[in-house]
Design a protein around this ligand. Structure first.
Ligand code: NAI
Length: 376
């Protein structure tokens, strides 16, 4: 049985919309049945119809979509929220309360309280609220998680991760409206670069090691002085199990492109992965030679093998990582347990870490509890 899928945001020309469509439609699990795709109602209706949505389900805005879908027998099974950050909370909450499963873009909310509310609402409604930490669905990231779980590198001592690019490094472009809002508290909230990119890296550290982040100590900088929010951050963190974490995130690192990488160092070995070479994990046992593990090769964990879509050495990338999120969502909606799907609890943990990092940066790097109050 195909599932009906609806999308809010992700309109024509948006950054993340195409990855969701490629991902959701890749495996035949979902049909794009409804959408409120654009902040401009007419453009959104027209684009949805060009994508094959029936005219009566090509909605002008999300409230219209909620009203139109909730009464239908063939209502959408899953709603993706791919709008700008400040709108995630009210849209996600409204659809969960109406009994829909939701995949929300990150950051899930603007505040910790909103994050807690989403966790509560999803639990009370018995609906799935997933958050699009899509990098955790790359096959070789799953391999790293499996290697940690099987004890291959022993207890994890240290995680070092970067999500640093240079795409906002041109001061003469800082007033470009597409760039400026990200550093404006009224639009972006309490954090700029850390809430935008740093939380992917922080989620990945927990995802691979299985350890939650407990405390953070942060140094934030606005290297372009007109920016109120940080465009560069160094965040030290401590995890359950004694794992030490170091995270650098930046948007002014000119020359770095996507710039997301992670290294995990345990008692008996180390590993590294980078989003720009996502098909390889470099693994070094203590006292031994570095080995390159390749997506699609024999002997990988079942999770990594399951999520590898094309044969060894063929490139596979971001849209298929997003597709892996949708594969697991489809399975979860059909009632199968899926280990690894990032959920509202992960979205909440990120928001608590953002607030803790902001508080730490304002207190000269003081160590601050980064756990959400409801999980302490
Ligand atoms: P964008 O500005 O490129 O596109 C936003 C889209 O949402 C536009 O089509 C706009 O018309 C539409 N929109 C705005 N308000 C709306 C509303 N109230 N109702 C319906 N549609 C509305 O933004 P982008 O970069 O695609 O980001 C969207 C979200 O995705 C953000 O939360 C961002 O953090 C997240 N994102 C996540 C990534 C990931 O790796 N998981 C990567 C890039 C973005």
């Amino acid at each position: 049985m195909k599932l009906n899928w609806g999308m809010i945001g992700g309109g024509e020309g948006s950054q993340i919309g195409p990855a969701h469509r490629l991902g959701a439609l890749a495996d035949g699990n979902f049909t794009l049945s409804a959408g409120a795709l654009d902040h401009d109602a007419d453009k959104g209706r027209a684009y949805a119809q060009r994508l094959g949505v029936a005219p009566d389900r090509a909605y002008g805005d999300w409230r219209e979509m909620l009203a139109g879908e909730r009464g239908r027998n063939d209502r959408v099974n899953l709603v993706t929220v791919a709008t700008p950050n400040a709108t995630h909370f009210e849209i996600t909450k409204a659809f969960l309360e109406a009994g829909f499963h939701v995949l929300c873009e990150k950051p899930m909310t603007m505040t910790v309280e909103e994050g807690e509310e989403i966790v509560r609402v999803a639990r009370a409604a018995g609906r799935i609220c997933a958050v699009n930490y899509c990098y955790s669905a790359y096959p070789m990231v799953r391999e790293m998680r499996a290697l940690v779980r099987s004890g291959q590198i022993g207890r994890v001592r240290l995680v070092v991760t970067n999500f640093s690019h240079g795409h906002h490094g041109d001061a003469t472009d800082a007033d470009n409206p597409r760039v400026r809002w990200r550093y404006d508290p009224a639009m972006a909230g309490v954090s700029g670069q850390f809430a935008d990119c740093g939380i992917h890296a922080l989620h990945m550290a927990s995802f691979i090691t299985g350890n939650e982040v407990e405390t953070v100590s942060a140094d934030f900088a606005s290297t372009i002085p007109s920016r109120v929010l940080e465009d560069d951050a160094m965040v030290n963190f401590r995890m359950a199990g004694g794992t030490v974490g170091r995270l650098w995130t930046s948007s002014v690192a000119i020359g770095r492109q996507h710039g997301f990488d992670i290294q995990v160092f345990g008692e008996t070995g180390g590993m590294r992965w980078a989003s720009e070479q996502p098909n390889q994990v470099y693994y070094t046992p203590v006292g031994g030679r570095t080995q390159i593990m390749e997506k699609g090769e024999a002997g990988l964990s079942s999770d990594a093998a399951r999520l590898s879509r094309v044969a060894i050495a063929h490139p596979e990338g971001f849209p298929l990582a997003v597709a892996n999120i949708y594969v697991d969502l489809a399975a979860a909606i059909r009632g199968e347990a899926r280990d690894g799907l990032p959920l509202a609890e992960d979205g909440l943990r990120s928001m608590a870490a953002v607030y803790a990092a902001v508080a730490s940066a304002r207190a000269d790097g003081a160590w601050i509890d980064a756990r959400p109050p409801i999980f302490r």
